[in-house]
Design a protein around this ligand. Structure first.
Ligand SMILES: Cc1ncc(COP(=O)(O)O)c(C=O)c1O
Length: 381
């Protein structure tokens, strides 16, 4: 069977120097994963999950390997509702609904909640899962310039129907944060419902790692929050937080919730254990913040000029052009650092970059070494 039609597009990707490949660089120093707190590699958390699994061997928990179906049919384990309630309570939300991933959460929420005649206004840098969700829905959707509240207001002025504003608390490619208080006030003026994706803030923002909304105590001003567990929490899955009505609505209308097998007990226990581990990891959260500060104070002035403004664990250094970004990333990899280039079309052409993810477990000498090597590469690029 001919697959030339695939080869043609792949060839174009190669010509554009934007071809993607799966690679295993796990032997290098990790400056690329989302495991900000080191939970994915924590033996303490791993043992806690194993212990919790052993406790499942009671006769009432017959389904210890898989959930056996959609939550609406056979997959609604009691454990699932308990974990949901625990997560909602941790983030001071009325209710929460688990999804199999952050991608599924955004897809389900954004395709189902805004309806025909409604308006969705989103920051131009929101994640692909939010864009895909909006594409599946029937509401009109308009982007506003990144973090530009006057442009958002302009869009809101012209909007109709139920209005939704969608932002992230830490932008995955830039690492920056919106001015949440001002955003909330703008939304209030136009009676718009604010949805905030906290994927990269979970475990990172705030003294308890609970996220930006909790940090600013704005829980009651936000319509929905998305927290994912595969980044700072080191496990897998996601939750949509909001009102009881929102939870019921999603159970009825979110297709990525309804038409999929629910998370297995292992995942549910991992989520529970990761949250319990987070409660005991305030020192690790502090250590991450120290590492971020250390990086920012140790980068060379020339590098700083290329850094996108960010106080989060994501630090992006712009190196325009796919070739140039790729070359710098490869040299850093050769020097032992796992750094990935972010190429166009993932970011707009001219805004290519390398993305540095800092972790609580990165040693100071590793961060210093990276900063020095980066300076050397940029001078020569
Ligand atoms: C902002 C944002 N939202 C959602 C997701 C998707 O989450 P998950 O990896 O759990 O599917 C990501 C993943 O990269 C993300 O960066």
């Amino acid at each position: 069977m001919s697959d030339d039609f695939l080869a043609k597009r792949l060839f174009q990707r190669k010509t554009d120097n934007a071809f993607r490949k799966l690679r295993d660089l796990n032997h290098l120093v990790d400056f690329s994963s989302n495991d900000y707190l080191g939970f994915a590699r924590s033996t303490v958390l791993r043992d806690a999950i194993r212990d919790a699994e052993r406790s499942l061997d009671r006769p009432c928990d017959k389904r210890s390997n898989g959930s056996t179906g959609s939550r609406l049919i056979s997959g609604n384990l009691a454990l699932c509702e308990q974990v949901e309630a625990e997560v909602a309570q941790f983030h001071r939300a009325e209710a929460g609904l688990l999804f199999n991933s952050g991608y599924d959460a955004n897809l389900g929420l954004l395709a189902a909640v805004p309806q025909r005649g409604d308006t969705v206004i989103y920051d131009e840098l929101v994640h692909a899962s939010i864009r895909d969700g909006m594409r599946l829905g029937f509401a009109r959707a308009y982007a506003f310039r990144h973090n530009d509240l006057s442009h958002l207001e302009e869009r809101l002025r012209r909007s109709s129907g139920e209005r939704f504003v969608i932002v992230e608390s830490v932008y995955s490619m830039n690492g920056d944060t919106p001015a949440l208080q001002e955003l909330v006030e703008t939304c209030r003026r136009y009676e718009a419902k604010l949805i905030i994706d906290e994927a990269h803030a979970t475990g990172v923002i705030g003294e308890t790692g609970a996220g930006l909304v909790n940090e600013c105590a704005l829980e009651d001003s936000v319509f929905a929050r998305i927290h994912t567990f595969g980044k700072g929490l080191g496990v897998h899955g996601a939750v949509v937080l909001g009102s009881n009505a929102l939870r019921e609505y999603l159970i009825n209308f979110a297709r990525s919730f309804i038409y999929t097998t629910a998370l297995p007990p292992h995942s549910l226990l991992s989520i529970r254990c990761a949250y319990r581990h987070l409660r005991r990891s305030m020192e690790t959260v502090r250590q991450l913040h120290q590492r971020i500060h250390f990086f920012l104070t140790n980068v060379h002035a020339d590098t700083r000029r290329r850094l996108l403004p960010s106080h989060s664990a994501i630090q992006s250094v712009t190196i325009p052009g796919n070739n140039a970004s790729r070359r710098v990333a490869e040299s850093l990899q050769t020097a032992g650092y796992d750094i990935r280039p972010i190429l166009s079309p993932t970011v707009p052409a001219g805004e290519e970059r390398i993305r540095i993810c800092l972790h609580a477990f990165n040693r100071l000498d590793e961060i210093k070494g990276l900063a020095e090597r980066l300076h050397h590469e940029l001078v020569n690029c």
